[in-house]
Write a protein that binds this ligand. Structure first.
Ligand code: ADP
Ligand code: ZN
Ligand code: MG
Length: 485
């Protein structure tokens, strides 16, 4: 193909592969007994092992191996009964040993994949286990201009799994879907907090472009430093456009690492990509090869919880929810559990779904809460649903009650009582109001009788107003119809 054709008329497509790092929520670190906890005072969860003192010996954290393998099982990966740990050598103060213990050529899992809602399968290449690095803070100026660097080693040695896809992702939107599905699975398994803003889920994106219709892979750039799903999408969009513009201008894409700058909305080159041999990998002589018994794998399989896809399908099948409703309600395990508890207690999945996807969602946002942090219990929401069904309160009053419940966790009956929101179904009381409204609105009565059915709604509204919103609207309508005969 001529250069002119490439620059001008060619359409390009993106090829994306993601490397997702997930901190495992074990009690202790990967190779020592230090606590694995986010947000502690800097350098308080450290010991001679994770500080890399000479003469110390690492010990493999069983739970981390279990968490990784369970993730592998959930994603259809092959678990290696034999694997090993290697040293990845590099010189940067975030790793006090001057190497990171990782897995090079014998990862714990290979193969597997993540199914997107569209049905497309994003194949996985591998999942391996390693230790996280310390965190550096450049202080007193921006990045290279910083006066000094502070280091917190609390994170050094935290168990980290790296999930690597094949270059199967075709767009920023697919990348976002992949991350959403992966996050859901990890949250169901309970193997990680999966909080991107706290860094327990981090994503590096490898991107290249190629002319549509070709299959050879182009030269890729690796983009780092995105701290939300949103910024992954933005960074990918930017990077794809940058590469297209470069190719059209006759430039060659170079293999490199680029940082995403959230504020400026662009990626910039940080270094040319290192090759595997730059890391001088070799098996860690302090750790014996890792053998996992088949029986252990079978036991982990048996312990597997219901996973998002299965739960989504079950909610559609058993509760008659739409794919859309089931999709949102199963996005994370906290929401799914909450929904099932409400649906069970209220004996109505449809109502539970309506409340959770509607008013509860809106009110949680208003109070800056989530289902995990609100004090409103599923049982209480079910009671509120029952109060509406029994006609004790109107649908409108229920929204007001729910607002208080979400914020305070008070019982619905208590809120109804405090605010005097109980609906009246007292027929003689309502009859009095109906009579008064009918005699005061002769015009509307006449036009109703002349066939203008809209006039009835006006009269219903007048009675409701007279009752200060507390009359049971079904009774109001029935009595009016009777009266107007
Ligand atoms: P490296 O040796 O640079 O680490 P790998 O082959 O291990 O590269 O791949 C790392 C990630 O990059 C994987 O997710 C892979 O799918 C993705 N990837 C590899 N080649 C390309 C490419 N040409 N374009 C986009 N993504 C790619
Ligand atoms: Zn330690
Ligand atoms: Mg690689």
């Amino acid at each position: 193909m001529s250069t002119a054709a490439i620059r001008g008329e060619t359409n390009f497509e993106a090829v994306i592969g993601l490397e997702v790092h997930v901190e495992l929520s074990t009690q202790s670190k990967m190779f020592c007994g230090c606590r694995n906890e986010f947000g502690a005072e800097p350098n308080t969860h450290v010991c001679p092992i994770c500080l890399g003192m000479p003469g110390t010996l690492p010990v493999i954290n069983r739970r981390a191996v279990e968490y990784l393998c369970k993730t592998g099982l959930a994603l259809g990966c092959t678990i290696a009964t034999d694997s090993k740990f290697d040293r990845k050598n590099y010189f940067y103060p975030d790793m006090p040993k001057n190497y990171q213990i990782s897995q090079y050529d014998m990862p714990l899992t290979t193969g597997g994949g993540v199914q997107l809602p569209s049905g497309k399968l994003v194949r996985l290449n591998r999942i391996h286990l390693e230790e996280d690095t310390g965190k550096t803070f450049h202080a007193g100026g921006h990045m290279a201009a910083a006066e000094h660097t502070l280091i917190d080693y609390n994170r050094a040695g935290v168990p980290l799994m790296e999930i690597v896809t094949e270059p199967d992702i075709a767009s920023p939107e697919e990348a976002e879907m992949y991350l959403g599905q992966l996050k859901a699975v990890l949250s169901y398994l309970g193997v990680s907090d999966v909080k991107m803003h706290e860094g327990s889920l981090r994503c590096d994106a490898n991107v290249s472009i190629r002319p549509v219709g070709t299959t050879a892979l182009g030269t890729k750039a690796e983009v780092k430093n995105m701290n939300s799903f949103r910024s992954v999408v933005r960074a990918l969009r930017y990077e794809i456009e940058r590469q297209e513009a470069a190719v059209r201008a006759g430039e060659r894409i170079v293999q490199e690492t680029r940082n995403w700058d959230e504020g400026r909305g662009l990626t910039y080159s940080t270094r040319s990509k290192e090759q595997a041999h730059d890391y001088r990998y070799f098996p860690d002589p302090d750790l014996v090869p890792l053998t996992i018994e088949r029986e252990t794998i079978a036991r982990w399989k048996a312990e597997m919880p219901e996973l998002p896809v299965a739960k989504r399908e079950r909610l559609v099948r058993e509760h008659g929810l739409s794919e859309y409703e089931a999709g949102i309600l199963t996005e994370d395990v906290a929401t799914a559990d909450y929904f099932e508890a409400v649906a069970h207690a209220a004996k109505s999945a449809k109502q539970a779904a309506n409340w959770l996807l509607g008013d509860v969602r809106r009110l949680l946002e208003k109070h800056e809460l989530t289902l995990a942090t609100t004090r409103m219990r599923p049982q209480q929401l079910a009671e509120l649903i029952a109060l509406v069904s029994a006609g004790t309160i109107s649908g409108k009053a229920a929204k007001e009650v729910c607002d208080v419940m979400v914020a305070t966790g008070e019982a619905p009956s208590a809120v109804v009582e405090q605010r005097g929101l109980a609906q009246t179904s007292d027929t003689s009381e309502i009859q009095g109001l109906v009579d008064a409204v009918v005699s005061a609105n002769g015009d509307s009565v006449a036009s109703y009788k002349a066939g203008k059915t809209k006039a009835l709604e006006f009269l219903v509204g007048q009675v409701m107003k007279a009752s200060r919103g507390k009359a049971n609207v079904d009774i109001v309508r029935a009595l009016l119809l009777e009266r107007l005969g």
